[in-house]
Each structure stands twice: as C-alpha cells, then as structure tokens.
Design a binder for this molecule. Structure first.
Ligand SMILES: Nc1ncnc2c1ncn2[C@@H]1O[C@H](COP(=O)(O)OP(=O)(O)OP(=O)(O)O)[C@@H](O)[C@H]1O
Length: 256
C-alpha cells in the first residue's frame, strides 16, 4: 500500500522517558484519521515528530514517498503538511488577516519566502475557507474562543497543505461550536485535504473519522474502522471506559 504518510517503527525518547515506542502507522490519501488515547499517551509527540518539531530517536517518517523525519519544520511545512497547536497563541497586535498572512509568508509552498501581497491573498482565501472573512480586520483578542480556533485553522490552511494535522481544536467549545467545526473539517476533507485529528471529544471523532488509531503509553494498540475501535475491549479499558459504552448503547436504542 502506498500511503500519503508512512510512519515506520518510530520511537522517541525524552531523556529516559519513552514517549513513542515502535509506532507504525499509514495514512491514506484523502482520509480523516483520528488519533485518540489517554493523556500522556504520545499523541501530540507523534504530531510533533510528523511536523519536524521533534526528531524520532529511531524509525522513519515518509510523506509522499519522501523521507521527512530528518527535515526541519519549515521544510516539512513547505512540502505540504500544515498543523494547528493545542495552545493558540496569535500575535495580539496583528489583525486576524495579518496573523494568517505571517504563516503563509514563512511557510510558502514554493520553497522561497513569498511576497507580502501573495501572502495576504493566500490568507484571505484561508479566512474565507474557515468562515472568518468578516472578521479579517479584528484583533485576535476580539474573537470568541471558537473563532480563535478557526483562526488557528486558517493559519494551518494558509499554505494549502495536502496533509492537515489538528491538535485538539474542539477543546473548550460548546455543543453547537463543536458541530460547526465538525462541518468545517468535513468541508476541508471534501476539498481534497487529508487530515489527522487528535481529539478527546468522541462525538466529533466519530462524526469526521474514516479510521481511528489508539495510542496508549506511546504504542498503537489498534487502528481501524471507528465502530470496531470503540467496541474493542482494550480501547474501552485503556481510554473510553464503560460509561461511554453505556451511553452509545442508549443512543443506539433511541435511534432504533
Ligand atoms: N518536551 C518534552 N520533554 C519531556 N517529556 C515530554 C515532552 N513532551 C512530552 N513529554 C512526555 O511524553 C509523553 C507523551 O506526551 P504527549 O504530550 O505526547 O501526550 P498526549 O497523548 O498528547 O497527551 P494529552 O492528551 O494530555 O495532550 C508524556 O509522558 C509527556 O510527559
């Protein structure tokens, strides 16, 4: 199988702490893959390894058949991998549009720094995609949390990546805001972007993912179809818990 992203036997240590151990995972072109697991399981570390922030201690990561695990973050961004960060930290004194343009400028897809005008144009397109065009001239501090998450998404989309990594974009949002972001991720995927989603909000994971991978203590314990993964006793034991299973059963009865 030719995967768009091919992670082979990746291990990553912080001093003596093993954050990832022999992770092998393939992501197919056009799919949305969910990455779930308990706190400290290694999800963000894996995302950091893919985007070049951390270099694996062992193993390799290939993107479109090109090995990227020896490349720095800016080069990986230029190759077409965009990402959001768990803690959203926009430049407070720049407008929403300028915040997105900064990302577009420094991770230009052509391998050189783009012009300011080109970056502003790409930023405008990204804001349109996430539904923030009407707020382009505001300061980030004037946005709601939900719209700050959309700003973070626009920054990640500004270089038109073919693979988008989303790290807990739903955290802290209410029910309808989560629904809005679920729709947005589905739209981004329909536009042809492959997506990896780290998320604790299971409702969102189940709504957007084609497959789910489960990490526990730095190792993948299972990967597959969402329905199979959430009924896997190892996943229930390690992460979801029995209350989640009871809720799912009640929902199924309500629908039936
Ligand atoms: N920069 C770092 N230095 C040392 N240890 C780290 C570092 N980053 C992560 N770790 C450790 O690596 C392990 C995996 O952490 P990671 O943040 O990847 O987990 P996670 O699955 O994303 O958790 P959460 O759901 O809480 O975000 C944890 O034991 C964490 O303490």
């Amino acid at each position: 199988m030719n995967y768009l992203l091919d992670i082979q036997d990746v291990s990553l240590y912080f001093g003596g702490v093993r954050a990832l151990g022999d992770v092998t995972l393939g992501v197919e072109q056009g799919e949305v893959l969910g990455l779930i697991g308990p706190n400290g399981a290694g999800k963000t570390t894996l995302m950091n390894a893919i985007s070049g922030i951390y270099r694996p201690t062992a193993g390799r990561i290939a993107f479109g058949r090109r090995v990227i695990s020896d490349q720095p973050p800016h080069r990986i961004a230029k190759l077409g991998i965009g990402r959001t960060f768990q803690v959203v930290q926009p430049f407070a004194n720049l407008s929403v549009l300028e915040n997105v343009a900064v990302g577009a400028m420094f991770a230009g897809t052509r391998g050189v720094l783009g012009s300011r005008a080109q970056a502003m144009r790409m930023a405008g397109i990204a804001l349109e995609r996430v539904g923030l065009s009407g707020r382009a001239d505001m300061l980030p501090g004037q946005l709601t949390l939900s719209n700050r998450k959309r700003l973070e998404l626009a920054r990640a989309l500004s270089t038109n990546p073919s693979l988008l990594l989303l790290d807990e974009v739903m955290a802290g949002l209410n029910h309808s805001e989560i629904g809005g972001l679920v729709n947005l991720i589905q739209k981004i995927r329909r536009d042809g972007t492959t997506v990896i989603v780290i998320e604790h909000v299971m409702r969102a994971i189940l709504a957007v993912c084609d497959r789910i991978a489960v990490l526990q203590s730095g190792s993948i314990i299972t990967v597959g179809d969402p329905a199979a993964v959430i009924s896997d006793p190892r996943v229930i034991g390690a992460y979801l818990g029995n209350r989640f299973v009871e809720r799912q059963k009640r929902k199924a009865l309500e629908v039936a």
